[in-house]
Design a protein around this ligand. Structure first.
Ligand SMILES: [Zn+2]
Length: 258
C-alpha cells in the first residue's frame, strides 16, 4: 500500500526532538510520499532543506494567511527564487483565514492573489487554506482570469456545493483528521457523495490529529486513519482509497514516476 500525506508541517518545532524518527514511522506505515508545507520564508527554507534530505519528502512554499502581518513584500521575491528548487512542487500554504484573525483580511487577500499569480506564472499548483472564508475564497478563484492555477483545498470544511464549485475549477479537495472525529456527523455522507478521483488525504501534522489519537501530536503515519475513514464511508478497502488518492496527488503535484 502506498499512502501520500498531501499536507503536513514537518518543520514545525513540535518535531524538533524526533523529526527523522517521525518520517521513518510514516514510511514504515506505508506513507511513501509526504508533502510538507511552509508558512513563511524561513519555514520555506527549512522545508526545502528537509526535502533535500529525504527522497520521500517534497515541499510547498509560501506565505500562510496567518503569517501575512509579519511578511514583507520582498518575501514574495524570495519565494519566487526558492520555488526554482526541484523539490518544490507547489506554492502553499496560501489562502484566507477569517477565524483566527479578521483584522488582516485585506492583507490576506493581497498575498493570496499575488501568490496565485506567482503560481500561475511558475506553472505550479497551489495548496489552499480556507477557514471561515468559503465565499470569498472560492470567488477569488472563480474570478481569477483566465483560470486559476490548479490546486487543492486543504482540510476541506465546506459542503458538496462548495466542493462542486472547486471541481468546476479543476480543483481537488483534501481531507484530514476532522473526518474521523466522533462528533463529525456530516463527513460520512459527504465522503460518499464526492468523486474519489477528486480527493486527497492529509494529516496537517502536527495539528488536527485523527481519532483515536485526538489531543496528542499528529504525525504523517496517521494518514492511514484518514484513508480508513473514507474507505468505511464508501464501502471500499483502505488499499483502494490509498491507491486512488496517491494517484490523485501524484498527478496534481506532477510527481508521476518519482
Ligand atoms: Zn497546514
Amino acid at each position: 500500500m502506498e499512502l501520500f500525506d498531501s499536507h503536513c508541517h514537518l518543520t514545525a518545532e513540535q518535531f524538533d526532538a524526533d523529526r527523522d524518527a517521525v518520517i521513518q514511522r510514516a514510511m514504515d506505515a506505508g506513507v511513501t510520499r509526504i508533502l510538507t508545507l511552509a508558512t513563511d520564508v524561513s519555514s520555506s527554507r527549512a522545508a526545502i532543506a528537509l526535502a533535500e534530505k529525504f527522497d520521500a519528502v517534497f515541499c510547498a512554499i509560501g506565505i500562510h494567511p496567518e503569517s501575512v502581518a509579519k511578511a514583507a513584500t520582498r518575501d514574495l521575491r524570495l519565494i519566487r527564487e526558492l520555488a526554482a528548487h526541484p523539490k518544490v512542487v507547489a506554492l502553499g500554504e496560501i489562502g484566507l483565514d477569517f477565524y483566527w484573525d479578521k483584522t488582516t483580511a485585506d492583507l490576506q487577500q493581497k498575498f493570496f492573489e499575488q501568490q496565485l499569480e506567482l503560481a500561475a506564472e511558475l506553472n505550479l499548483p497551489v495548496c489552499i487554506h480556507d477557514r471561515d472564508a468559503h465565499d470569498k475564497l472560492i470567488a477569488t478563484l472563480e474570478n481569477f482570469a483566465p483560470a486559476p492555477p490548479r490546486g487543492a483545498l486543504h482540510a476541506f470544511s465546506g459542503d458538496a456545493a462548495l466542493a462542486q464549485r472547486a471541481f468546476d475549477l479543476g480543483y481537488v479537495v483534501s481531507f484530514g483528521g476532522p473526518i474521523t472525529f466522533k462528533n463529525n456527523k456530516t463527513a460520512p455522507a459527504l465522503l460518499n457523495a464526492l468523486p474519489l478521483e477528486k480527493i486527497l488525504i492529509e494529516t496537517d501534522a502536527p495539528y488536527l490529529t485523527p481519532h483515536p489519537w485526538r489531543g496528542k501530536r499528529n504525525e504523517p503515519a496517521y494518514v492511514k486513519l484518514v484513508a480508513q475513514q473514507i474507505a468505511t464511508a464508501r464501502g471500499l478497502s483502505v488499499a483502494q482509497v490509498a491507491a486512488q488518492t496517491t494517484h490523485n496527488a501524484l498527478e496534481l503535484f506532477r510527481l508521476k514516476g518519482q
